[in-house]
Design a protein around this ligand. Structure first.
Ligand code: SF4
Length: 267
């Protein structure tokens, strides 16, 4: 829902704070709309996305007692949730293996010769026959990742592709290594240090918010003010308590204990 028309990096920049502030469907359904919009603003189309999140969370509260259902047939009844999203949720949150066919997966499955179909459900079935269930969820992630970064729709970077030797479609794209390297789209490649620092900063802040919510003291933060909302309830303005603002112009970039920097291209 958040990922429409934006990058993985932007989504991963926002979700730590979002989930720290609104830890469950009930909290999200009761969120102050303006505060929620401000939180997810970096992902673009934030007003429409905030509305969708609240409609979705309200349905989960009303029809599933606030708990995300763990069956495909229930998930696809939720607004904004199709088979693709349902399989992502099942695979990653419930450990139920599934093939996630989005535009990248469909394109690459054809290039690899795994399917001849354009129909996402048929693609899903064709690929399921080729791989054991234990591999389905991570295979989906790896193929989508490869499609976004390397094997693009119009000009695949064949000359810089790590699976070129195995690929029946090698040569569909740019084969000159130098030119192909320039086509790669790694969102956290060198030159994106500020963005990386922002992501790390937000993970740090989310951890602080969670600790405050649980009543732990956080070094460098004042104790929560009595009566100050620190859980998933609406907050005034756009501040996260104790942090001053949600998205600083100048991220500090300080390291977060226990967290390594994401590798280039990893999000
Ligand atoms: S060799 Fe070219 S077509 Fe094949 S996976 Fe790599 S980038 Fe895609």
């Amino acid at each position: 829902m958040l990922s429409a028309q934006t990058t993985d990096v932007r989504v991963n920049q926002v979700t730590p704070l979002l989930f720290a502030r609104y830890p469950d469907a009930r909290a999200l359904s009761e969120a102050d709309s303006e505060t929620l919009e401000e939180l997810i603003r970096p992902t673009g189309f934030f007003r429409a996305k905030a509305r969708s999140l609240q409609v979705l969370s309200q349905r989960i509260v009303d029809e599933f007692d606030g708990v995300v259902p763990g069956r495909l047939e229930d998930l696809v009844t939720l607004p904004g949730v199709g088979r693709k999203t349902a399989n992502v949720v099942l695979g990653n949150a419930f450990g139920v293996p599934g093939i996630t066919v989005d535009t990248h997966f469909g394109r690459l499955a054809k290039r690899f010769g795994w399917t001849a179909s354009e129909d996402p459900v048929k693609v899903e079935q064709d690929v399921m026959e080729l791989f054991p269930p234990r591999d389905w969820t991570m295979l989906s992630h790896h193929v989508v990742f490869h499609g976004r970064r390397v094997c693009h729709a119009r000009r695949p970077a064949c000359g810089a592709c790590p699976v070129a030797a195995l690929c029946p479609a090698y040569g569909d794209g740019e084969t000159d290594p130098e030119k192909a390297r320039k086509l790669l789209k790694y969102e956290l490649a060198p030159g994106q240090e500020e963005l990386r620092a922002e992501m790390i900063e937000n993970v740090h802040r989310a951890a602080e918010i969670r600790m405050r919510t649980q009543g732990h003291a956080v070094a460098g933060l004042a104790d929560p003010t009595p009566g100050e909302p620190v859980s998933g309830t609406a907050i005034s303005g756009t501040d996260v308590p104790g942090t001053g603002q949600l998205f600083p112009d100048r991220p500090s970039g300080e390291a977060v204990a226990g967290l390594g920097d994401p590798a280039d291209g990893e999000v």
